[in-house]
Design a protein around this ligand. Sequence first.
Ligand code: CA
Ligand code: CA
Ligand code: CA
Length: 448
Amino acid sequence: MKGYFLPLAAAVLAVSLSAPGITAPVVVTTQGELGDLAAAYSTTDLIEGMIATELPGDKGWHPANADPLDKLPAFTDGQGMRPSGLTGLLNDFPGAGTPTKLIQYQFDSPKDIDEIRVFSGNKNNTDGRVFHTYTAEFSPNGIDFTPPIYVQSHPSGTINNDAGIFNHWHNALTQLTDDSGKVAYGVRYLRLKFYSVDNTGGQMRDPFDGENPFTGTDDGLSAGFVSPLILEIDVFGANSVAQPVATIGEARAKPLGMLVSLSDKVVTKSATTEFFMEEANRSAGIRVVSAENPPANQKVSITGQIVTSSTNGEKYLEATGQPATVGAAATVGPLDMRNGVIGGQSATGSAGLATDGLLVTTWGKVTGIDIGNSVVYIDDGSNAANDTPVGTLGEQVAGLKVGPGDVFSLLPGQYVGVTGISRLDAGGLGIIRRVEPLDFGSSIVSLD
Ligand SMILES: [Ca+2]
Ligand SMILES: [Ca+2]
Ligand SMILES: [Ca+2]
């Protein structure tokens, strides 16, 4: 390493939008000549030889980067700069706040990720193209992703420039790890989004005008528009191994994607592509995505990945393809709950423990009926937030959403009770609570 400015032996800069305590990413940066980097290109990492899929919004490549082998294959070929000197050169001018290269790697089986290394560099010049900025997101199913982890190789304002007084780095390496030991769990889809880094003056800057939504800070510099040369991406990890977890509550608290096995939970409702199971003591329940269709009122043991739905905020166990072992007969009675506490902290306007997946009973007066969706709204005075007006219900009404169920003979003002599964829906001003009748035809009963 050389330069009159103090070289950064280890720049630590990573921000996650995850809740505190769940993940704590760590980024270590090394830079200089190749020999100054803390690691060499790997030829044995998890994505070696894989060709990424470019995602919608991808800005292609810098017009000077014309050799196909300097494009996607270059990220995973186990080597650095090719003789062209243009290897991995991303497109400039993606627009403020917009990534320039959006790619996804897909694994055949779930992987726990220990580390991601990104190498960038410039053979010809020491300049801003040596820096890099990216986000990483992880998913077990390609739909529900972790919040992005933001990695910026050097603090904004850092200057790398051929001019004498500045740093003269040809290479940079970031190593993303997590102080819990794993960057991500149960990953089948890895998304990486690369951003521009420089203003042509060799000055690192973040990709935003104004506040950077990943860091919550404004670096005071206009967005970078000059893009890096990404020389190699190395991903390290291993096949996920199921962890036995004692309770559903414990499983729900695990990081997104973690593979867990749960034993002897009670099935409360079962359908073709999903079932619901619950602790015998009713402390927690969960939806299980599975075609196994174990019968209600039996114990079940199953392995799956814990996921938070990006659509409605429900926790669920992704157990597609996993066998369900049915045990002894068992039942749990519904928990009596006022409309206002159903949903818990996961629902807009509610608070307390999340209740999605639990079998509950609740009551109220019919305030509105959406015949088209087989849904009724009921209110016990809690005035629960909902998604009205919706469907064939043209007006806004108060109350808890209940359905789908047999609502066809109900009348506004009628007092009813319902027993069903506590669910969450995207709707209204955010996430709303819903009770899904246990049985379509018989779980909504008149109490008049
Ligand atoms: Ca590699
Ligand atoms: Ca900025
Ligand atoms: Ca390479």
